[in-house]
Design a protein. Structure first.
Length: 164
């Protein structure tokens, strides 16, 4: 009987030692100098790739997309090739795809690229469901979108392309 209070005391002591102290800090990033308010720890002009600098400075995203498919209906287990005819190099394209569902999911990107649920489906899905949608086969004139067989999130898709 005397063993229980000692065990309880040891458990309480271990809990206090583990959770009662702040986590150790191995290194901490310095804050900005007084004359540099704003972003911490990144010198954008020197650290960012040129394409990212262009985006931040009003490059590819400035003025809206060069191509906008608008919302298009996409049936389950179907692909659709969209013609944009932008030309140039696809390396300079920034492609954004959004979904729109007819239910409370609304505009979304749930399971962007696709997901196979296997035996542990998400709420509202069944075991072995294949959901989501993705774009593929980007060329200087077309892009193909595909909706997976049991998808419930991408009743409509919208492709927008900016050229950097």
């Amino acid at each position: 009987m005397r063993r229980f209070p000692i065990t309880l005391l040891l458990v309480l002591l271990a809990t206090l030692l583990l959770f009662g102290q702040p986590a150790p800090v191995a290194a901490e990033e310095a804050g900005p100098a007084a004359e540099e308010p704003g972003i911490l720890g990144v010198a954008w002009e020197s650290a960012a790739p040129q394409g990212l600098n262009a985006l931040l400075a009003g490059g590819a995203y400035a003025g809206g997309p060069a191509y906008d498919s608008g919302w298009i209906r996409l049936d389950r287990d179907a692909s659709r090739t969209l013609t944009h005819n932008l030309g140039g190099s696809t390396d300079d394209y920034v492609v954004v795809m959004d979904y729109k569902a007819n239910d409370s999911n609304g505009v979304n990107q749930r399971y962007y690229g696709g997901a196979d649920f296997g035996t542990k489906p998400a709420p509202g899905a069944n075991a072995e469901d294949r959901v989501g949608a993705y774009w593929r086969s980007l060329t200087t004139s077309t892009v193909t979108v595909y909706r997976r067989p049991e998808d419930i999130y991408a009743d409509f898709v919208r492709i927008r392309i900016w050229v950097d």
